[in-house]
Design a protein around this ligand. Structure first.
Ligand code: ADP
Ligand code: TZD
Ligand code: MG
Length: 572
């Protein structure tokens, strides 16, 4: 408890941190309390910052990261020293990899003891441990530097390509007292921390000329485009030029997935045949086969719109780089574009339409089948149909097959509503992202989870129930990583490495916390359970039992999964 008897002219590090955050519009902290930041969490709450307490720092960090992505303000994760700090680091590194603005604030132990490795409680050189995984890492060693430390962390998190920032606060700094007037003077209100980056008009002209010369142009929208919140300008440019576009998974919904220019259902055709490709907030990383190989035309030329100048030419030569923030770039394109200047050839549009129709019909046949037990198609069709009437709902999606099928089957109609494993293909983001999205938006969330994926953050259903969040978790229970029917090749009694508990009842977990559990085995019951759960606005978990043989190993990533070519056993 703060000492009420102390003079009003004295403040301390705890108060200063809260003041610095509030001064800069931070209204939410996600964390796990303990030495030395318990009083910081308590004080933040007392001073009107919403504090959401988690069961594990990784989920708190994931919530902060996605809050940052959705709001363009740094999401704050608060952790205790050493192990708590390290637990949060996976989320902080993931935020950096994905370009989400986040600050992990961690308390740390006594610097003198840590640096001489004299064995302090929770001893770890946290700032240096954080450095390789973050966009920036800072340590505050004097209470009068708290204001500058917070300001630097905010600038680093949201400027340019956003990312994860580490801010180390020693226990001494938190507890230190100082004169209140001097302390107030030391606070910094950041001005314009993510300044617009106006494109060079020459770069816009070069890009438009290249697009105008194209026979088969294509636009690829990535999550940077979604993050930029330049939705109208992006849509307007796409519609004015008539160029077909492909959304990366988290850019789905930037334009509604049923938009006639969407080439998502003709993905392999457009990637392999486009002659000019415009990347908007999307990297040519593994998710796009680095722009190489049989997926791509070797002669395709590229426009790349990105805020990060060093992204250009990272995998393929970029003929027309436009280094700018996407909002400014798109305004520049719209201002420079002359009517009719860019016109994809009719043959290109027709070829895409034909392939889309073919693929959509093939997909419809699979979606309409009703096998028993359910498979990914029939169960996701049920979810898709319920969500079709609720474009406001956030969809979190993780797993392998559950992710790949979910991305293809569940249509998004609004920007930034789909949140998934992202650039790292990481499991464990599920409950953190769901909680972060629900907290900052006040909107319902449906988390579509593989049974393995769910396990990484499953304990957070207690957090969901404790804060009464409108989150419905659907666990795709196929009894394993990828599938539930693999066997132990030694013939022993232990299950195979990819197999999980058969007939597990995940729905019963949430009942322990007074949430509602549903167990469903057919699409009709799934539709009903999801509809009822969403109507209630309360936490629910649906154990969705599907065919253990429905998935494939590694989902759509079989090409990345090395397999032994040599048979095992003593005959080798
Ligand atoms: P995806 O996984 O959807 O393909 P990536 O995360 O690979 O997307 O790429 C996002 C890109 O967007 C990054 O290169 C990043 O620098 C860029 N970016 C992020 N925010 C902005 C912005 N406001 N303006 C321009 N580019 C941005
Ligand atoms: N650990 C972490 C942090 N991230 C990972 N991606 C993995 C392990 C490896 N992994 C995948 O790449 S997908 C997956 C794991 C464990 C789980 C797939 O099983 P699932 O989904 O039940 O979630 P499906 O629907 O059964 O394929
Ligand atoms: Mg599974």
């Amino acid at each position: 408890m703060p000492n009420e008897n102390k003079s009003n002219s004295i403040t301390d590090g705890f108060h200063l941190v809260v003041d610095a955050l509030k001064l800069n519009g931070i209204d939410t902290i996600f964390g796990v309390a303990g030495i030395p930041i318990t009083d910081l969490a308590r004080l933040a709450q007392a001073e009107g910052i919403r504090y959401i307490g988690f069961r594990h720092e990784q989920s708190a960090g994931n919530a902060a990261a996605i809050a940052g992505y959705l709001t363009k303000k740094p999401g704050i994760c608060l952790t205790v020293s050493a192990p708590g700090f390290l637990n949060g680091m996976v989320a902080l590194a993931n935020a950096t990899t994905n370009g989400f603005p986040m600050i992990q604030i961690s308390g740390s132990s006594d610097r003198e003891i840590v640096d001489l490795q004299q064995g302090d409680y929770e001893e770890l050189d946290q700032m240096n441990a954080a450095k390789p995984y973050t966009k920036a890492a800072f340590r505050v060693s004097k209470p009068e530097d708290i204001g500058v430390g917070v300001a630097r962390a905010i600038h680093a998190a949201v400027s340019g390509r956003p990312g994860g920032v580490y801010l180390d606060l020693t226990a001494d700094v938190l507890a230190a007292t100082l004169d209140k007037d001097a302390a107030n003077q030391s606070l910094v209100r950041v001005v314009d921390p993510s300044p617009r980056q106006i494109p060079d008009p020459e770069s816009i002209k070069r890009a438009i000329d290249l697009l105008a010369s194209a026979q088969r142009p294509l636009i690829i929208l990535g999550k940077g485009a979604a993050y930029a919140q330049a939705d109208d300008a992006i849509r307007s440019f796409i519609e004015k030029t008539g160029i077909p576009y492909l959304p990366m998974s988290m850019a789905k919904g930037l334009l509604p997935d049923n938009h006639k220019q969407s080439a998502a259902a003709a993905r392999s055709l457009v990637l392999s045949q486009a002659d000019v490709v415009m990347l908007v907030g999307a990297r040519l990383n593994w998710l796009l086969a680095q722009g190489k190989g049989p997926h791509w035309s070797p002669t395709a030329q590229f426009v790349q719109v990105d805020i990060s100048p060093t992204e250009i030419d990272s995998n393929r030569a970029i003929a027309a780089p436009v280094v700018a923030d996407i909002g400014s770039a798109m305004s520049g394109f719209l201002a420079a574009l002359k009517p009719g200047q860019i016109q994809p050839k009719a043959a290109w549009i027709d070829a895409i339409a034909e392939r889309k129709q073919h693929n959509t019909e093939r997909m419809a046949a699979r979606l309409d089948a009703s096998p028993s037990p359910m498979n990914f198609y029939s169960s996701l069709r049920a979810i898709r149909d319920v969500l079709a009437n609720r474009p406001d709902i956030y969809v979190v999606n993780e797993g392998a097959n559950t992710l790949d099928f979910g991305r293809d089957i569940i249509d998004m109609h609004q920007p930034r509503k789909r949140l998934d494993c992202g650039t790292w293909g990481v499991m464990g983001i599920g409950m953190g992202y769901a909680i972060g999205a629900a907290v900052v938006s006040g909107k319902p969330v449906v988390a579509v989870e593989g049974d393995s994926a769910f396990g990484f953050s499953g304990m957070e259903i207690e957090t969901i129930c404790r804060y009464h969040l409108p989150i419905v978790v659907v666990v795709f229970n196929n009894g394993g990583i990828y599938r539930g029917d693999d066997v132990n090749r030694s013939g022993g009694a232990d299950p195979s490495p990819t197999v999980l508990m058969k007939d597990a009842r995940y729905d019963k977990l949430i009942e322990a916390f007074d949430g509602t559990g549903h167990n469903v085995t057919d699409p009709r019951s799934l539709t009903k359970a999801l509809t009822v759960a969403l109507a209630s606005g309360k936490p629910a978990l649906i154990n969705c039992v599907i065919d253990p043989t429905a998935g494939t190993e590694s989902g759509h990533l079989q090409n990345l999964n090395p397999q032994s070519q040599v048979s095992s056993g003593k005959n080798n």
